[in-house]
Design a protein around this ligand. Structure first.
Ligand SMILES: Cc1cc2nc3c(=O)[nH]c(=O)nc-3n(C[C@H](O)[C@H](O)[C@H](O)COP(=O)(O)OP(=O)(O)OC[C@H]3O[C@@H](n4cnc5c(N)ncnc54)[C@H](O)[C@@H]3O)c2cc1C
Length: 401
């Protein structure tokens, strides 16, 4: 039997959240190890919109200026309703909004990490608390095990760490989303605007990343019945073109001429707002962050930014306590207690922010799903009452690292 390796802080998953958490801790002088099941860093989803709150958080991590160099600021948002023949500019200021290539974001978050921080090919199968030490022990698929002082689950929507915390199962909207890039070698000629077009229950959005590259997505209110579609880029393209066949030709051409390698199709999932309000996000020295904690529909473009905010708050709370533990040099029990308090503070600080984000995305997603006009109107009224300023979420400031 292999001996159990002992590590201080283990982060499960090397996506946006895991990398941001490791970087935030590194900036505070704390070492961590990321266990990533893939053999390399992944960047599924082509582009990612980052709004003012996300840029604040990236500034704290010291990577925002690098990313600003390769992404254009969005100046306006347009909403076009083809059924009602209406076109309107979003009435509120969007602050700083840019679409970044996911690959660039992952690169920026990972390149300042010390060598050896990320361990690839390390799939965590299960987590349990050691009976004697109360520290988490991780069982990996390669047969080895690791004992950590702190475990942060950034392992996405199907999180093993969330299962360990016994969080309620996430739910699914009926919609899916296809995302991709289209490259225009001679320049796309579009204004630096985010343009959303809606027809029936299908939404199509496009936003330029730079002068030649456009990020686009479509959200049809259904999921392809053939499971092979999501694995085959050519089938995803055919599915997408079919879904928007009644949209303007500019959109159809954009999707037809896309970069096949950039395509992804995702069924939209969420953790219910009430499960975020009531969920127990800490057990011993284990917690979750990012999609593992609060997977949400993409309707506000906030899941990734919220994950980066989690990283900042978590690193801030942990650092304060870890420094205290180091000074006191007390026993293991004190350490478990201090780390537990740090994680509780993190959860407390994040909870209501996430409840509001998940509520807004849940109501918008439910509007997409609703088949009756009455249901849609009711949800619209809820949105108008609770979120009269629809971009208020971008003003959030997660504070200094
Ligand atoms: C259609 C769509 C559009 C979106 N658009 C936006 C947007 O515009 N702006 C925005 O801010 N957000 C957006 N989001 C949300 C954003 O993509 C996610 O919130 C973000 O990627 C979550 O990052 P994460 O690191 O928490 O999870 P993930 O990106 O899922 O990363 C989890 C990582 O953990 C690894 N892992 C999983 N299980 C294990 C295991 N057992 N052991 C080891 N490793 C494991 C995985 O391989 C992966 O690398 C969108 C989401 C969707 C679906």
């Amino acid at each position: 039997m292999e001996a159990t390796e002992e590590l201080e802080i283990v982060i499960a998953g090397g996506g946006i959240c895991g990398l941001a958490t490791a970087l935030a801790l590194h900036r505070k002088g704390i070492r961590s190890v990321i266990l990533e099941r893939s053999d390399s860093l992944r960047a599924t989803g082509a582009g990612i919109a980052i709004l003012t709150n996300g840029w604040r958080a990236l500034d704290e991590l010291g990577v925002a200026s690098r990313l600003r160099l390769t992404s254009l600021p969005v100046q306006r948002v347009w909403d076009i309703d083809l059924d009602r023949g209406k076109q309107q500019q979003a009435p509120v200021s969007i602050g700083e909004a840019r679409c970044v290539k996911r690959r660039e974001l992952i690169k920026a978050l990972s390149e300042d990490l010390p060598f050896g921080t990320i361990r690839f090919g390390c799939e965590i199968l299960s987590v349990k608390l050691d009976r004697f030490t109360s520290f988490p022990t991780l069982q990996l698929s390669n047969g080895s095990s690791i004992r950590a002082k702190v475990l942060i689950g950034c392992d996405g929507a199907n999180s093993v760490v969330a299962d360990f915390l016994e969080l309620k199962q996430k739910k699914s909207f009926s919609s899916c989303s296809v995302r991709g890039f289209t490259n225009y070698p001679n320049g796309h000629g579009f204004a630096h605007e985010f343009v959303r077009i809606r027809r029936g229950n299908i939404l199509s959005g496009r936003v330029p990343v730079d002068d030649k590259l456009v990020f686009w997505f479509i959200v049809p209110r259904f999921y392809p019945t053939d499971s092979k579609v999501s694995e085959d880029p050519e089938l995803i393209r055919q599915f997408s073109v079919e879904a928007i066949k009644e949209f303007p030709s500019e959109r159809i051409e954009m999707v037809s001429n896309c970069d096949l390698a950039s395509l992804s199709l995702t069924h939209l999932r969420y953790r219910a707002p009430w499960d975020i309000l009531l969920g127990s996000f800490r057990r011993g020295c284990v917690t979750v962050a990012g999609d593992a904690m609060h997977v949400m529909g993409p309707f506000l473009g906030q899941g990734g930014s919220a994950a980066i905010e989690d990283a900042i708050v978590l690193a801030r709370c942990l650092t304060q306590k870890m420094q205290k533990v180091a000074q006191e040099e007390n026993g293991r029990q004190i350490m478990v207690q201090e780390i537990g308090e740090a994680l509780d503070k993190y959860v407390e600080e994040r909870r209501m922010r996430l409840v509001w984000l998940s509520t807004q995305t849940y109501v918008i997603g439910s509007m997409f799903d609703a088949s009756s006009m009455l249901g849609k109107l009711l949800l619209l009224a809820i949105l108008a009452v609770l979120f009269s300023n629809s971009t208020h979420h971008t003003r959030y400031d997660c504070g200094r690292l």
